[in-house]
Design a binder for this molecule. Structure first.
Ligand code: ADP
Length: 487
């Protein structure tokens, strides 16, 4: 069969711009597709900070794109680079005046910035005279592309065969603006195609319109695909998602084992594998030293690497951690930034338990690797978690995840059963401190039982979440979509 042409369009692509898991996926997906033999490219905005750091070449013929939006003329230009260690092409789109600064996200200006970016992507395809079989959009930032192709550019035969996929990485971010903004966003000419009830309520949601118009919807785990069709997790979109359930698929993210692999990781103190985990002991010592921790020979070290947002469930910790830290021989390292409340809490905890708790406020990729390698267990008490990558990294590094049974955490972590020796982590159900407390208790019990812990680590490291496996699910979906009229 001929290779498929896929254009993956997103606000971020790692390593050029990253704030969380979305960037990792938008790197790994096109790269994996290219390895599979497809013709895949990624497109993202050319942020000011990326311009300073990335060597990219101007694409001939794409230096003075023009498009109109909301009665205003915009210009755009396109540069080209490749993903590090891969031939996969990344197109970097600049719209002067909108992406000049270092910021990836910029609050109230974002709807305008990303809609202009989306328009520029359409101009890019038109000027190249090259439309993909699959236009794969990610999250609200690029969710309007399907609407544009179907309602604003339906006159252009170039796109007649193009199918659109929208992946929802996180329903918590919907790109909602006041309805009064739709003029400036260039949506007035297609007003009749917009969700009228929503407009009547004075709102316009980019993600909602992506859900309505994309040919196929995916999200990043099977459990999350089910959860978002319920009022509890649907964040106001459960009914539209339910209505589209036959076109909504859950495909769990993979991990890029060229980047997250304890055998080859250059950021960690010593490499190791499932057969010989002695390097992990050195990684733990290195991590403890970095944070100035004083660990006994059998002190278990817990780790957290996360955005500190309400989604991640850290409000469960204050009722649990101080008591454990007072009564048990255990230590904790935390890397993250976000809500001030959580930042203050972890700073307090570090202060209250000097030598046993370390907190690094900020974003630090190398330190994230050192925590994944050096910690014994990893805490993810998420309120909701579309897929979650850190529990996958933890499994690969033999670092036992403690997670709540939600979204991708439910699909990837199997609760430990000391009787049978099955399981690779600790899973709790209720979003309560008591449930988390019990899970940590069970983890500490397993830690004290040497053989059990070794078995847990073996089970964890045996799991295969490499992208090459997950890519096949996307290819199957694309094939069905591109080669047939409906999925
Ligand atoms: P989300 O996308 O909701 O933030 P995921 O678990 O899917 O959560 O992905 C988080 C990604 O971001 C992982 O690659 C993780 O290592 C990284 N990350 C999150 N916070 C930090 C931080 N403070 N420093 C370094 N990496 C971080």
């Amino acid at each position: 069969m001929d290779p498929l042409e896929i254009l993956s369009v997103s606000s971020v692509v790692a390593p050029f711009a990253k704030t969380g898991g979305l960037a990792d996926v938008c790197n790994a997906l096109p790269a994996g597709l290219v390895r599979h033999g497809e013709r895949a490219r990624a497109v993202m905005p050319f942020y000011g900070r990326v311009r300073k750091e990335v060597r990219a070449k101007p694409v001939p013929g794409l230096q003075s794109l023009r498009f109109e939006m909301g009665g205003k003329d915009y210009g755009a230009s396109v540069h080209r680079t490749t993903l590090p260690g891969s031939k996969t092409e990344v197109l970097l789109v600049d719209v002067p005046g909108l992406f000049d600064g270092d910021a990836i996200y910029d609050g109230d200006r974002d709807a305008l910035r990303f809609l202009a970016f989306s328009r520029a992507v359409i101009a890019l395809m038109q000027w190249e005279g090259r439309a993909p079989d699959i236009l794969h959009c990610h999250d609200w930032h690029t969710a309007l592309l399907p609407l544009f192709l179907k309602k604003a550019y339906d006159w252009d035969r170039l796109f007649a065969q193009t199918k659109t996929v929208l992946t929802i990485h996180n329903l918590g971010y919907q790109g909602v603006v006041p309805a009064s903004h739709i003029g400036a966003l260039g949506l007035e000419p297609i007003r009749s195609a917009l969700h009228q009830d929503e407009l009547a309520q004075g709102r316009f949601s980019c993600l909602l319109h992506g859900i309505l118009y994309a040919d196929v919807l995916t999200t990043v785990s099977k459990t999350y695909a089910r959860e978002i069709r319920t009022p509890e997790h649907g964040m106001g979109l459960d009914r539209v998602l339910e209505a589209r359930k036959d076109s909504l698929f859950g495909i769990v993210n993979g991990i890029d084992d060229r980047i997250w692999n304890p055998r080859t990781d250059t950021a960690i103190a010593a490499t190791y594998d499932a057969e010989d985990r002695s390097g992990k002991v050195r990684c733990k010592k290195d991590l403890a030293k970095h944070f100035g921790l004083e660990l006994g020979p059998t002190t278990p070290l817990f780790g957290i690497v996360s955005r500190l947002t309400p989604q991640k469930g850290f409000e469960l910790l204050p009722d649990v951690l101080p008591v454990f830290l007072q009564r048990e021989d255990m230590a904790l390292v935390v890397l993250g930034s976000g809500d001030e409340r959580h930042e203050r809490y972890f700073a307090w905890l570090e202060d209250a338990f000097r030598g046993r708790v370390g907190f690094h406020r900020g974003y630090d990729d190398a330190l994230a690797h050192r925590i994944e390698a050096g910690a014994d267990a990893f805490l993810m008490p998420s309120r909701y978690e579309p897929c979650g990558l850190n529990q996958l990294y933890s499994l690969a590094y033999g670092t036992i995840p403690i997670v709540r049974r939600t979204g991708g955490l439910a699909d990837t972590v199997v609760d430990w059963d000391p009787e049978t020796g099955a399981g690779n982590g600790f899973v709790f159900d209720d979003f309560t401190s008591a449930a988390l407390q019990q899970a940590i208790r069970r983890c500490l019990d397993a830690w004290k039982f040497d053989k059990g812990w070794a078995r847990l680590q073996e089970n964890a490291m045996a799991v295969d979440f490499s992208w090459d496996k997950q890519i096949l699910e996307y290819v199957t979906l694309y094939e069905r979509l591109a080669r047939r009229s409906s999925v």
